[in-house]
Ligand binder design. Structure first.
Ligand code: HEM
Length: 399
C-alpha cells in the first residue's frame, strides 16, 4: 500500500505528489489539519476552473468556521474574517464594489515610480561579492512597504506587520503564536482606523473609511477585515512571486540568459513564474452547500474542497510541456490568481511589482548566482503558501 504523504513532503516538494494525485484522480480525498469533516483536494486544471465557479461551492468561511479549530477568540475572529474573500454574493458583490471604487487601476499605475524608488533603495544595500539572502533583503521588504504605504501604515510599524503576518500565514504551523499575533494585529488596526477617522490622509485606508455604496459604509469589522486581507493577500503572495521567480531563473540559467537578451520577455516570464511555481500552494477553500459532482466524484453537503492552483497549473491536459519552465510561454490563463468572482483584486499590483523587481535586478546585476547548494534550500512551512524561507545569492554589478 502507498505510504501516506506527510505535510513536510508536501511543503518541500509538492509537485510529484500533486502529479500523482492528478493522474489518479483530479479531485482526491484529503485529510485536513484543522477540519474534522471530509476534505478534498482539486489538482486538475479543468476541475479547478469548475470549482472556482460552481454554484454549490461557497467561499463563505464564516458560516463554516465553527468547524475549523483556529484557536482565536470571537472578537478577533470577527475582525479578521468579514472580508470579501470570505463571502458569497450579495455580500461579496457589495464589499468588492466598495473596494474597487478606491483601489482603481489609475491608483495602481500611479504607484510605479514609488515602487521603483523603494526597490532601488533596497537593491542599493545589496553588496556585490558577499552572499545575501535576497528574500530577506528585497523580496520581503518591497511588497510590505508598498502595501503599507498604499494603505497609509506608518513606516515605523511595518516591521511589526511583517512579524504578525508571517505568523498568521503560517496558520496552524504557528501554534500558540497565532492567537497572540492575530490579536495584536486586530488591536493595531482598530487604533489606526480611529486615527484615520479623525485625521484622514491621502491613502487607501482613509478612502475605504469614506467610501459609500448606496448610502452604506463599511462596518468596523468589515474595515478591519479588509485591512487584514489586503495586507496579507497583498504582501505574502508577492514575496513568493519575487522569491520563486529568482529561484527559477537561478536554477534555469538558459532562461535567465534568454531574459537578459530580451527584456521584453519580462511580463511573459512573470506569468510563467505564476504558472510554474506560483505563490499559493493550496490556499483556496470552498465549502459544499449541497451534494455535487466534480471530476467524477461525489462531494457531499458540508465537505470542504481545497483548490490547488500550483497543481492545476502543471496539468498537461491544459499546458503543453507543463513541466517545462519557459519564459517565452506568454499569458496562459493560469489560475495562480484564481478564477471567477474572487479573481485576485490585486493582480495588476502584483504584476507591476514583479515586473519592476525583475527588471531592476536584471539591469543592475551582471551575474546572479545561488550561494548555497540546491538541497540546502528550505521551503517555508505553510498550509497555504509556496515560498522559500531564504534564498542566498551572490551578485556582481553589471558593467
Ligand atoms: C484574491 C492570488 C497579490 C488582494 C486572490 C485569489 C488568489 C490570489 C488565487 C483568489 C482566492 C480564491 O478564489 O479563493 C494572488 C497572488 C498574488 C496576489 C498569487 C501575488 C503574486 C495580491 C495583492 C493584493 C491582493 C498585491 C492587494 C493589494 C486580493 C484580494 C482578493 C484576492 C482583495 C479577494 C478578491 C475577492 O474575494 O473578490 N488572490 N494574489 N492579492 N487577492 Fe490576491
Amino acid at each position: 500500500m502507498a505510504q501516506p504523504v506527510t505535510q513536510e513532503q508536501l511543503i518541500q516538494d509538492p509537485h510529484p505528489i500533486y502529479a500523482k494525485l492528478r493522474e489518479d484522480a483530479p479531485v482526491s480525498p484529503m485529510q485536513m489539519m484543522t477540519f474534522s469533516g471530509r476534505g478534498w483536494v482539486v489538482t486538475g486544471y479543468a476541475e479547478a476552473r469548475e470549482a472556482f465557479t460552481h454554484p454549490a461551492l461557497s467561499r463563505d468561511g464564516n458560516k463554516y468556521f465553527g468547524a475549523l479549530d483556529t484557536g482565536l477568540d470571537e472578537r478577533v475572529r470577527a475582525a479578521m474574517n468579514h472580508h470579501m474573500l470570505n463571502s458569497d454574493p450579495p455580500d461579496h458583490t457589495r464589499l468588492r464594489r466598495m473596494v474597487v471604487k478606491v483601489f482603481t487601476a489609475r491608483r495602481i499605475a500611479a504607484l510605479a515610480p514609488r515602487i521603483t524608488e523603494i526597490a532601488t533603495e533596497l537593491l542599493d544595500a545589496v553588496k556585490p561579492g558577499e552572499p545575501v539572502d535576497i528574500i530577506d533583503a528585497f523580496g520581503f521588504p518591497l511588497p510590505i512597504r508598498v502595501i503599507c504605504e498604499l494603505l497609509g501604515i506608518p513606516s515605523r510599524d511595518q516591521d511589526a506587520f511583517r512579524e504578525w503576518s508571517n505568523v498568521i500565514v503560517a496558520g496552524a504551523f504557528a501554534g500558540d503564536k497565532l492567537p497572540v499575533a492575530a490579536k495584536a494585529m486586530t488591536d493595531y488596526i482598530h487604533e489606526l482606523l480611529a486615527r484615520k477617522r479623525t485625521n484622514p490622509a491621502d491613502d487607501l485606508l482613509s478612502d475605504l473609511i469614506a467610501v459609500r455604496d448606496e448610502g452604506d459604509a463599511l462596518t468596523e469589522d468589515e474595515l478591519t477585515s479588509m485591512v487584514f486581507l489586503l495586507l496579507i493577500a497583498g504582501h505574502e503572495t508577492t514575496v513568493n512571486l519575487i522569491g520563486n521567480g529568482l529561484y527559477l531563473l537561478l536554477t534555469h540559467p538558459d532562461q535567465l540568459d534568454r531574459l537578459r537578451a530580451d527584456r521584453d520577455l519580462v511580463p511573459s516570464a512573470i506569468e510563467e513564474v505564476l504558472r510554474y511555481e506560483g505563490p499559493l500552494r493550496s490556499a483556496l477553500p470552498r465549502f459544499a452547500t449541497a451534494d455535487l459532482e466534480l471530476g467524477g466524484v461525489t462531494i457531499s453537503h458540508g465537505d470542504i474542497v481545497m483548490i490547488s492552483p500550483l497543481a492545476a497549473n502543471r496539468d498537461s491536459d491544459r499546458f503543453d510541456d507543463a513541466e517545462t519552465f519557459d519564459v517565452g510561454r506568454g499569458h496562459t490563463q493560469h489560475v495562480a490568481f484564481g478564477h471567477g468572482l474572487h479573481f485576485c483584486l490585486g493582480a495588476p499590483l502584483a504584476r507591476l511589482e514583479g515586473k519592476i523587481a525583475l527588471e531592476l535586478i536584471l539591469e543592475r546585476f551582471g551575474t546572479l548566482e545561488l550561494a548555497t547548494e540546491l538541497d540546502q534550500l528550505v521551503w517555508r512551512p505553510s498550509g497555504l503558501m509556496r515560498g522559500l524561507a531564504a534564498l542566498p545569492v551572490s551578485v556582481t554589478l553589471a558593467a
